[in-house]
Design a protein around this ligand. Structure first.
Ligand code: SF4
Ligand code: SF4
Length: 298
């Protein structure tokens, strides 16, 4: 599939064209449309500090590396503060078309995410609402996301075989228990796959992020791309691992290796090749962030 080609939507197992509202959420979203990244901006609201899993490449002092780049702590905002910032940002930077929640932890593990979405729906119904998650709570929360008009969703899937997944996750917090090893990977995977299917059925546009971890999941990434395609996922974003925590000695893939892997995956699913590894408080066009200006005026 060429990178500029749109797949059709998968509704109840049938391929149908995207509807006009879905097309808006593709064409105005800088991460879903390479053209839009020159004209539209996005705004991430850092309202979600907690996480319910432990990825072996994540140091929890920083932003969720599944979607954002670590190394810079985002200032946490309360939902009301976040909404005030949105007001200011939309006034000063009218090209912002997307409001997202991407951490610094897992958005679905934080009640503040839902209060923020509720306020956004009330006060700013037009901008696209976007969220990224590890997917553990997706089936249980999906209808709340629909209620608050979340139209674009990123789920990080690093394995579709629990034997690979168990090498990537130290633990998963599930029903008040801390699961480890194979069981943890099985529960996470099953929730991710169910959640993605439910999201696609509800006409949410899904992006799958996969962290490329040489020696751990590299032989398995094409299988993830195939699975994402079968589930009706819109686009696939391959992210090179940042060596830290338990994977501190892993050598990240080179640009050439990353491109070769994207090319292999592109047989099955459209590739996002312009990801900027944004902070969870990023504001502006991709690669042209303005959050420094906006936060300093707070
Ligand atoms: S889901 Fe994100 S915040 Fe949670 S452990 Fe993984 S990378 Fe870190
Ligand atoms: S981290 Fe990548 S996918 Fe997420 S907002 Fe930035 S460019 Fe888009």
């Amino acid at each position: 599939m060429s990178d500029s080609e749109y797949p059709t939507a998968n509704v109840a197992g049938r391929d149908v064209p995207y509807d006009p509202e879905q097309l808006r959420k593709i064409n105005e979203h800088p991460c879903y449309s390479e053209q839009a990244c020159h004209t539209s901006g996005r705004m991430h609201l850092p309202v979600a500090p907690k996480c319910n899993i432990q990825c072996n490449y994540c140091v929890r002092d920083f932003d969720c590396v599944n979607e954002s780049r670590p190394g810079v702590c985002s200032e946490l905002l309360k939902p009301e503060e976040a909404v005030r910032l949105v007001q200011k940002a939309l006034e000063e930077y009218p090209y912002i078309k997307v409001i997202g929640i991407a951490g610094p932890g897992d958005p679905l593990a934080n009640e503040e995410t839902f209060e923020t979405l509720r306020l956004l729906k009330e006060k700013f119904p037009t901008p696209i609402k976007c969220l990224s998650t590890n997917g553990l709570l997706l089936p249980e929360k999906i209808d709340e996301l629909v209620k608050y008009d979340v139209g674009n969703l990123t789920v990080t899937v690093n394995a579709v075989d629990p034997a690979v997944g168990e090498k990537i996750y130290s633990f998963v917090e599930w029903n008040g228990k801390k699961l480890q090893g194979r069981k943890a990977a099985e529960v996470l995977l099953s929730q991710q796959l169910r959640g993605i299917k439910m999201a696609v059925e509800r006409k949410i546009l899904v992006k799958v992020n996969t962290v490329y971890i040489p020696g751990v999941n590299d032989d398995h990434i094409v299988d993830i791309a195939k699975k994402a395609s079968e589930l009706g996922v819109f686009t696939f974003n391959l992210i090179p691992v940042i060596p830290q925590y338990k994977f501190k000695d892993v050598v990240p893939p080179t640009h050439v290796e990353k491109k070769a892997m994207q090319d292999k995956c592109s047989v099955y699913i459209k590739q996002m090749r312009h990801c900027q590894r944004c902070r969870s408080d990023a504001i502006g066009k991709l690669g042209h962030d303005v959050q420094g200006c906006l936060y300093s005026k707070e």
